[in-house]
Design a protein around this ligand. Structure first.
Ligand SMILES: Cc1cc2nc3c(=O)[nH]c(=O)nc-3n(C[C@H](O)[C@H](O)[C@H](O)COP(=O)(O)OP(=O)(O)OC[C@H]3O[C@@H](n4cnc5c(N)ncnc54)[C@H](O)[C@@H]3O)c2cc1C
Length: 388
């Protein structure tokens, strides 16, 4: 069977590419090995789909070429996506830092994409294992359900995280077969694992959250951290995981909005235990573990001025050195991917193989937490869909 466009992967970017190309009158076939398309869209934002962000900027993306995403983002803005949602009367709301969520759940977004594909006469084959894809005059895609041919081929097979949602290494391998370089891959937006000592000190605090600021080198993320039985998760820790590498330290300001020296000095004559004083501002189980680990389980009036300065310093700069991350099993995204040096930033077409396009997470473009990854999928899928 011959199509204008074959898209490998029916996730966020693949379906956006498909519906855009289909609307232009191109005959489009989407192939997916999973039993249904859009699994990550459905799981996104804990089922609430943080689908875009009103503070869109290339500065929220990580890539070997930080400017690569500019053109596609300019071509498809958050307002464009919200307009599409409005056409389907899908309700949305903004939460902190410009994050847009689908008020009635992620299934609304998945259904909208599928309905748009249906209207654009896109053919979608799920449960389709691809055996081989190569280019002769046209692209030939051999699957267990037959051989298909197309003049354009789109690799939209996503990243490595959450295998049970359809993830595979296929997109990276296929791009490599076509001559593309793959930058170093690693899990991102992923919970961090305690060092042995910190696990002993804080491993029992699972479920505790603290609003704080985490610093990694020159970056700072303010938000909640969540203690797990293995380490740290929560929005601020997940953001930090995008930059953290083995051996790096993270510095946590436990009370970012407070003048800590002033608070300690004004209480220094009191017989109150330090952990009890801190419990007015931080979870008491954490205060107990933290003061014990740092050797400050004592009354404030028993602390010297030097010690109070040290305590203040530690509360502002609690340094942790994670042992690792929970890996692709728990990561929201894959950092790294197909090197953007060989992809057109305007069309997503390969500079190596004419007619080959690459979209979404399989590329070396990763967004911060907050709807940036789905928006990259929409924007890159749209750019390719207009050109295939
Ligand atoms: C749990 C979770 C929650 C998330 N929440 C958010 C969020 O709220 N906001 C946000 O912006 N981002 C979120 N993300 C990230 C976001 O979902 C992805 O970045 C985005 O879906 C990437 O789009 P994509 O089209 O590149 O890949 P995907 O959406 O992953 O689609 C890839 C498709 O390719 C298919 N595929 C893979 N291998 C093959 C193969 N060999 N043959 C055929 N098909 C194949 C897969 O089955 C899948 O359908 C979340 C991710 C996870 C895992």
């Amino acid at each position: 069977m011959k199509f204008d466009v074959i898209i490998i992967g029916g996730g966020a970017s693949g379906l956006m590419c498909a519906l855009t190309a289909g609307r232009r009158g191109r005959s489009v076939l989407v192939l997916d090995h999973a039993d249904r398309v859009c699994k990550k869209v459905l799981a996104s934002g804990g089922g609430r789909c943080n689908c875009t962000n009103l503070r869109m900027s290339h500065a929220h993306y990580i890539s070997s070429n930080p400017d690569f995403c500019r053109s596609a983002l300019a071509g498809y803005s958050p307002a464009d996506f919200l307009r599409l949602m409005d056409e389907y009367s899908i309700r949305w709301h903004e939460e902190d830092e410009g994050r847009v969520f689908c008020t009635d759940g992620s299934a609304k977004i998945a259904n909208m994409l599928l309905e748009e594909c249906r209207a654009a006469r896109v053919k979608i084959n799920v449960n389709t294992q691809i055996i081989k894809a190569k280019k002769k005059e046209n692209f030939i895609v051999v699957t267990k359900r037959g051989t298909m041919e197309s003049s354009s081929l789109v690799i939209a097979a996503g990243g490595l995280s959450y295998k049970d949602l359809g993830a595979s290494a296929y997109g990276f391998n296929l791009a490599e077969d076509f001559g593309h370089k793959i930058t170093t891959l690693r899990p991102g937006l992923v919970p961090l694992i305690w060092s042995k000592d910190d696990l002993a000190a804080y491993g029992d605090l699972s479920g505790v959250t603290i609003r704080c600021s985490i610093r990694h080198a020159k970056r700072k993320f303010t938000g909640n951290i969540l203690f797990t039985h293995k380490g740290l998760s929560g929005p601020a820790a997940l953001q930090a995981s995008l930059y953290w590498q083995d051996g790096d330290k993270l510095t946590i300001d436990l009370l970012p909005e407070m003048d800590i020296p002033e608070m300690l000095m004004s209480n220094r004559h009191r017989k109150v235990m330090l952990q009890n004083l801190l419990s007015s501002h931080l979870p008491s189980s954490f205060c107990e573990a933290w003061t014990k680990t740092n050797g400050f389980s004592r009354q404030l009036n028993a602390c010297s001025e030097k010690e109070l300065c040290r305590i203040a310093e530690l509360l502002k700069n609690w340094t942790v050195e994670p042992h690792g991350t929970e890996g692709y099993r728990k990561a929201e995204v894959t950092l790294g991917g197909v090197d953007t040096a060989d992809i057109s930033s305007k069309t997503m077409e390969s500079k190596i193989i004419n007619g080959l396009y690459i979209t979404g997470e399989v590329m070396d473009v990763t967004g911060q937490l907050g709807g940036y990854n789905l928006h990259w999928a929409w924007a890159s899928g749209r750019a390719a869909g207009e050109n295939v």
